[in-house]
Design a protein around this ligand. Structure first.
Ligand code: BGC
Length: 769
């Protein structure tokens, strides 16, 4: 009955600004027009250029090559490299990726600008994902800060360094929502939630692109991977995605939309198919939604070879057909498939592809080049002196340390932490304890190998001169090469370091045990079917705990792990992710209480891998239970819920939220509801709480999740202090993609929840008329 009534009531249609009302503090969006790619003067210049271009030159603008060769060495005399050189000279290449450094980019730009007929500059792209040389925490870790302003600063510094090295464009932010910890690329995104993901996406776009792309210290950003790459079946990279339009619109697309609204200049499509159509050939995603509904005026680059991969997908018969499908669907630039450069000219001359599609794609690419100022001075970014001056500065490293400590999440503390700096002796043990490389993580830009501050170094720098610091590796985690493309081989047999580890644990007052994942255990192609600790780490943990009960586990990892047994074995557990260049200092700041942890999980931590995909915003099902029978929606061997839920994180002080107070119990479509809580610090230390607001729409034309994050605010509280926090909810915050295919809020009853994580909340309810 109630359901029918809801359908009968005229829906409240909402267009944009969906997430505005509860947004946390952040810097203002760029002034209108500053980031606009389209302006009449530029469009005129593009018209003039298009009129001069041959078909081959147009296709060339859509062709992107990776640089496998040494730009600063002598020009190659034969083979593929020579072909690439000749094509650049001939104006048949529009962009290159993986050319880095002021000198190399200048040389490559010279090839294009001094030789090609129309002197159109190249645009240089690179994966600047969490820093260029100053490496920041993994994006997943940064999301744990729930601090968009900090994340924006991180992206800003990355852009300053990358731009001075001649780069114009980063393939970031990666905004894929992912709810499956098995997926290796979960480390590159902001976790499981579309709202938090949207805040992070917008913050990173603002950071990379700054106030204006014309500024010489900003770079074009790229929202990737469009779309639903994070929903690969069983968390296996590149695997099939088959999700509903509702999941696509309500869960997957919001961070992309947020990036578009923040003015992101480019999008990258994705390797996966969705419902049988490869994203690269998806008219629905690229033409209808992105360029149609959202009015996106920048360009779409394919993912690496994704046009060619439509052949093994079983969607294109050959590369030529792939090119036809991709350009038709709105994939503007071909990264490394060589499909456009080989086939697009012929496809146009044989009338299989309308020249208008090619013109539109070229126009979009040229817009971004104009916006970057490359037509005014194609060398303006490649500046060796500036590169030297702005890279790895003390200020950037200090910022990296600050963002890193904001990203740390305290998962368990039975009173061991914080440690006293004057402790007599401390043992730092484990395969990651003095690892100067793993904290840099995967997708580390030009971060130098082994350049991170290790935990051991951080601890040594923090403790008093009288403290004895013992160190033992215990066991290696990985044997063999550790790099982007080599598969990881784990040490499962060499226990020769165990005795020293046990001796160190025995001799110390307290133990820090650094375990988790290697730098390259997450990232592209690094999916896992198991979420336990690899190698001999469980054995090492047992041996160390048997020698000394006062063990603090410092977990370093790029994905949620199933660590219930670890939490049970030790009195304290710190989630320290892979935190970048300043990792060891940031962890020490938290361990010794110089920084009171405030990070919160951006993704649920499972009890067992079999719970994946695991996320707090699940649906209720028809049999939510729990009940005494067996026939309700549950596992018979493990609870349904997370070991550590989304939004969870402890503090050294005692923070509590009151019951929520609502300004009304009913609001109209134009009304506002204020939800207030008092947050109290009952402890003896200053601390920060990230107050989270969730909503449940009890009945929908499409069923709604049991909870959805709609806002969060960080409050800093002195000991004994209490502060009121108020969120404002409008109908636009309650909108979703309904059964009518529109963003709209549906009238009815809502529950509102407030708390310090997604599980421990207090609730109230209201009605939307
Ligand atoms: C990845 C992209 C990346 C591109 C260029 C691809 O394999 O999926 O995320 O930007 O390579 O390095």
């Amino acid at each position: 009955m109630r359901h029918t009534t809801r359908h009968a009531v005229a829906a409240v249609t909402l267009l944009v600004g969906l997430f505005a009302a509860c947004a946390p503090e952040q810097s203002p969006p760029p002034a209108a027009g500053e980031q606009a790619l389209v302006n009449p003067a530029t469009e005129k210049r593009i018209d003039a250029l298009l009129a001069q271009m041959t078909l081959e030159e147009k296709v060339g603008q859509l062709n992107q090559y990776s640089s496998p060769f040494d730009m600063t060495g002598p020009p190659p005399s034969e083979g593929a490299q020579k072909t690439a050189y000749d094509q650049i000279r001939g104006g048949l290449v529009g962009s290159m990726l993986n050319v880095t450094g002021a000198e190399a980019t200048r040389k490559a730009q010279q090839l294009a600008v001094e030789n090609s007929r129309l002197k159109i500059p190249l645009i240089f792209g690179y994966d600047v994902i969490h820093g260029y040389k100053t490496i920041f925490p993994l994006p997943l870790a940064e999301a744990a800060s729930w601090d968009p302003a900090a994340v924006e600063r991180s992206a800003r510094i990355a852009a300053i360094e990358a731009a001075a090295a001649g780069l114009h464009w980063t393939f970031g932010p990666m905004v894929d929502v992912s709810r499956d910890a098995r997926w290796g690329r979960i480390m590159e995104g902001s976790g499981e939630d579309p709202f938090l993901g949207s805040q992070m996406a917008a913050a990173r776009v603002r950071g990379f692109q700054g106030k204006s792309l014309a500024d010489v210290d900003t770079i074009a950003a790229c929202a990737k991977h469009y779309a639903a790459y994070g929903f690969a079946e069983a968390g296996r990279d590149y695997n099939t995605v088959d999700i509903s339009e509702s999941t696509l619109r309500n869960v997957v697309l919001p961070p992309f939309k947020a990036a578009a609204d923040a003015g992101v200049a480019t999008f990258m499509n994705s390797f996966n198919e969705i419902g049988g159509i490869p994203a690269t050939a998806s008219v629905h995603l690229q033409r209808e939604i992105l360029k149609g509904e959202w009015g996106f005026t920048g360009f779409v680059v394919s993912d690496w070879g994704s046009i060619g991969e439509m052949v093994p997908h079983g969607y294109a018969e050959n590369l030529a057909q792939g090119a036809e499908q991709a350009i038709t669907a709105g994939s503007d630039m071909d990264m490394e498939s060589r499909a456009y450069v080989q086939h697009l000219t012929e496809l146009v001359t044989s009338d299989k592809v309308d020249i208008k599609l090619v013109d539109d794609a070229v126009r979009r690419v040229l817009r971004v080049k104009f916006a970057l100022g490359l037509f005014d001075d194609p060398y303006r970014y490649s500046d060796a002196a500036r590169e030297q001056a702005v890279t790895l500065t003390p200020a950037s490293l200090a910022e990296a340390r600050d963002v890193a400590r904001r990203s740390i999440v305290l998962l368990k503390n039975d009173g061991v932490l914080p440690l006293d700096k004057t402790v007599r002796s401390i043992a730092v043990i484990g395969p990651l304890a003095d690892d100067k490389d793993s904290p840099l993580g995967n997708w580390r830009g030009q971060g130098a190998a082994n350049s991170a501050v290790s935990l051991l170094e951080g601890v040594k720098a923090a403790v008093s001169p009288s403290t004895r610091v013992l160190y033992a590796e215990g066991a290696k985690l990985v044997t063999g090469p550790r790099d982007f493309s080599s598969p990881s081989v784990y040490n499962t047999s060499d226990r020769s370091g165990f005795a020293a580890a046990v001796a160190a644990a025995r001799a110390a007052d307290v133990v820090l045990l650094a375990i988790g994942e290697d730098a390259y255990q997450t990232g592209e192609g690094r999916s896992q079917a198991d979420l336990g600790l690899k190698g001999l780490q469980d054995e090492l943990l047992k041996a160390v705990v048997a020698a000394n009960k006062r063990v603090v586990v410092v977990l370093m990892n790029g994905r949620p792990l199933a660590i219930g047994h670890v939490a049970e074995a030790v009195p304290a557990l710190v989630e320290a992710w892979l935190l970048g260049s300043q990792s060891g200092h940031a962890i020490a700041d938290v361990l010794f209480g110089d920084y009171n942890p405030s990070g919160k999980l951006p993704v649920s931590f499972p009890r067992l891998v079999g719970q994946e995909p695991l996320y707090y915003a699940h649906k209720n099902t028809g049999r939510p239970g729990p009940d005494s029978s067996v026939t309700w929606s549950h596992y018979t061997d493990v609870p349904n819920d997370a070991l550590y839920p989304f939004g969870f994180g402890l503090s050294y002080t005692s923070l509590a939220c009151s019951e929520p107070r609502l300004s009304a119990t009913e609001i109209g479509r134009d009304g506002q509801l204020r939800v207030s809580v008092t947050v109290t610090n009952a402890g003896a230390r200053a601390g920060a709480e990230i107050v989270q607001l969730y909503v449940r729409d009890l009945v929908g034309s499409v069923t709604r999740p049991v909870k959805e994050l709609k806002g969060f605010q960080r409050v800093e509280l002195a000991p004994g202090q209490a502060q009121e926090v108020t969120f404002t909810i409008t109908a636009s915050d309650l909108a979703f993609y309904t059964a009518r295919g529109q963003w709209e809020a549906e009238p009815g009853t809502f529950t509102v929840f407030v708390g310090g994580n997604s599980r421990d909340v207090k609730e109230a309810s209201f009605t939307l008329r």
